[in-house]
Design a protein around this ligand. Structure first.
Ligand code: MLT
Ligand code: MN
Ligand code: ZN
Length: 299
């Protein structure tokens, strides 16, 4: 079971096209302490020949360019990408589907809620149905997008995508709008939770005993975007549990028996992205790694 982190950043990436916050400014200025990061996606393989993309980032074309294993290898047309699984309808997770047009056969797996969001946007019809089979997945039901790779989606507390928000927005709903994935190969188990609004008991139970946890690391503090003058929204309002604080993710997931804990889907406002920052040290001392583009996990 091999997981390649194609994109470790949240929506916007690092640096974000229109941002000169403290962290983006360091990234624009090529300061060695802040790595450039693309938006949220993983590539998963068992045999090194066939891959599943988990989430399709707006940066997918660049991510494929950076990873020879994802490039066409023989024949006139083809791709090692056999399937794509989408965990919610956020722009950072679906926009890359448009990059996967060009009449290539692959399977597209998502919950019915996410498939309906795609269906409501006719631009996604560019993925012709005779090439791209849209396969609904159900909560807590396993499916096998590649031989030997067993994925099980489960509800992560969340909300609808930003572009779907209306007046009656509910945050922290557990259903089909935001899912996490269990990746299993034999006895090996990786949990991927790129968006999560709360560390519920059922989520903690799922996570316990995993070999690797990849968890929502959007922000360090709940109010960091507000404090930096970037936006009037807290992390929780955006459906993301902050890392720090008494009921943040580091504290809430402490003490669980997990082989490696890795923060992923990191927003450009998050000071852990500065490699010598106190927040980075705090997070590492709490037992967490910080994902970076190109990071590989092999079990
Ligand atoms: C999020 O994870 O909160 C979203 O990706 C925000 C966005 O659409 O940029
Ligand atoms: Mn996102
Ligand atoms: Zn920024």
């Amino acid at each position: 079971l091999r997981v390649i982190v194609l994109g470790s950043a949240a929506g916007g990436g690092v640096p974000q096209w229109n941002c000169r916050c403290r962290i983006c400014a360091l990234a624009w200025d090529k300061d060695a302490r802040v790595k450039r990061r693309t938006q949220s996606s993983l590539a998963v393989t068992i045999n090194g020949e066939e891959f599943v993309l988990i989430n399709a980032s707006p940066d997918l074309r660049e991510q494929i360019a950076g990873h020879a294993v994802l490039q066409p290898r023989s024949g006139l047309r083809g791709s090692p990408v056999r399937a794509c699984v989408v965990t919610n309808a956020d722009v950072d997770h679906i926009a890359g589907l448009l990059t996967l047009r060009e009449r290539q056969n692959f399977d597209l797996y998502a919950t019915q809620a996410t498939l309906s969001a795609l269906q409501a946007n006719p631009i996604f019809d560019v993925l012709a149905p005779e090439c791209v089979a849209r396969k609904p997945v159900r909560l807590d039901e396993a499916f096998e997008p590649l031989p030997g790779l067993v994925l099980t989606p489960f509800a992560a507390p969340g909300k609808v995508a930003l572009w779907q928000e209306r007046e009656n927005l509910e945050i922290g709903v557990e259903g089909e709008t935001t899912v996490a994935l269990e990746l299993r190969c034999g006895s090996k188990r990786i949990l991927y939770v790129p968006a999560c609004a709360a560390a519920t008991t059922s989520l903690r139970e799922k996570i316990a005993g995993a070999d690797v946890l990849l968890f929502d690391g959007t922000t360090f503090t709940d109010d960091e975007l507000i404090a930096a003058g970037l936006m009037q929204k807290s992390a929780r309002r955006m459906g993301h549990l902050p890392m720090s604080g008494r009921d943040g993710s580091a504290a809430s997931l402490a003490g669980l028996d997990v082989g490696r804990k890795i923060f992923i889907h990191i927003n450009n406002s998050n000071p852990v992205l500065i490699e010598d920052s106190p927040e980075r040290r705090w997070t590492e001392q709490a037992g967490w790694e910080i994902a970076y583009d190109g990071m590989e996990i092999v079990l």
